[in-house]
Design a protein around this ligand. Structure first.
Ligand code: SF4
Length: 68
């Protein structure tokens, strides 16, 4: 299990990442289980490799709507 804070602008906390994740009860961080450590980026579908790691990033990051 890994946790991610939105101020680091990583895929796990991005609106456009479709990996398996859940938001903490205080909605301040995202929890990612190892089985869902990679996910597709919905704004960059043609990137290579097609799935981005939870710890990835890019300039199009936007905060996931479930986060406070
Ligand atoms: S690659 Fe960029 S836009 Fe795509 S999920 Fe990661 S931070 Fe978001």
């Amino acid at each position: 299990m890994a946790t991610f804070l939105p101020h680091n602008h990583q895929c796990a906390t991005c609106e456009f990442w479709d990996g398996q994740r859940k938001v903490s009860t205080d909605r301040k961080e995202v929890i990612v289980e190892p089985s869902g450590f990679y996910g597709k980026c919905m704004v960059n579908p043609k990137i290579t490799p097609p799935k981005k790691p939870a710890g990835g990033s890019c300039s199009k990051w936007q905060k996931w709507g479930f986060l406070a």
